[in-house]
Design a protein around this ligand. Structure first.
Ligand SMILES: CC(C)(COP(=O)(O)OP(=O)(O)OC[C@H]1O[C@@H](n2cnc3c(N)ncnc32)[C@H](O)[C@@H]1OP(=O)(O)O)[C@@H](O)C(=O)NCCC(=O)NCCS
Length: 200
């Protein structure tokens, strides 16, 4: 770890603080909104639980899948507390990945541990490859995960989003997210400060 003084000096730099929010969403409310678009009788896009054959095909065909992410997705094959899904576009090409985590999730990237209650599920680690963006695939992946989580008896979704990530906030607004907690990541110290929202 870096010595203390340079880290204290770094606190004055604007990029040293990341502002985020933890949001919650009611999974049943999304059910009332009807099925996700494009999921009729096998047509349209799909979420495929990660498996070795499809992951290898994704690696062979998607230059945007990094080696680090390939390794992480491979480790998650068959995992009990997190399910990784590969996003397949309507034409059969691989378009990205996304996850649902149950119980507890350690986010090393954000130095943050998300503890989940019974019936809570975390939407995490979403990416649509640049070649497939702005076609509604992220919104599809969120709404489909709402269905899949409900099938496992979950009632509430949780998601952590950086305030600067306009695309992700716009996507999750489609399922009625509500801010639950403000988060500030102090990057030089890798510490996440959590500020609960005041009840009115
Ligand atoms: C965020 C991300 C997953 C969005 O994927 P996508 O498939 O392009 O999103 P969609 O096509 O479903 O669009 C969803 C909404 O985001 C908006 N949007 C998409 N890209 C945007 C951008 N660059 N800036 C602003 N809004 C954007 C769309 O207009 C749409 O909003 P609307 O329905 O209100 O019009 C993708 O940009 C990505 O992989 N980014 C890098 C990783 C990341 O940020 N992951 C999310 C972490 S929480």
């Amino acid at each position: 770890m870096q010595p203390l003084l340079p880290r204290l000096r770094a606190l004055r730099r604007p990029g040293s603080y990341w502002h985020l929010h933890r949001y919650v969403l009611d999974l049943d409310a999304d059910a009332a909104a009807g099925p996700p678009p494009g999921v009729t009788a096998g047509a349209g896009p799909a979420l495929v639980p990660v498996n070795q054959a499809d992951l290898d095909e994704m690696r062979a065909t998607c230059p945007d899948l990094t080696d680090r992410k390939y390794d992480q997705l491979r480790e998650r094959i068959g995992a009990a507390d997190i399910t990784a899904y590969l996003i397949r576009d309507a034409d059969g090409s691989w378009a990205g990945y996304c996850h649902l985590a149950y119980r507890r999730f350690v986010d090393h990237y954000l130095s943050h541990v998300v503890r989940l209650r019974r019936h809570e599920v975390l939407f995490v680690d979403d990416q649509v490859f640049p070649s497939h963006r702005r076609r509604g695939l992220h919104v599809y992946s969120i709404r489909r995960r709402c269905e899949l989580a409900r099938e496992r008896g979950m009632r509430t979704g949780v998601v952590v989003i950086n305030d600067r990530n306009a695309a992700s906030i716009a996507s999750y607004r489609h399922v009625g997210i509500r801010p639950a907690r403000r988060l500030v990541l102090v990057r030089p110290f890798r510490v996440m400060i959590q500020i609960p929202r005041r009840r009115r």
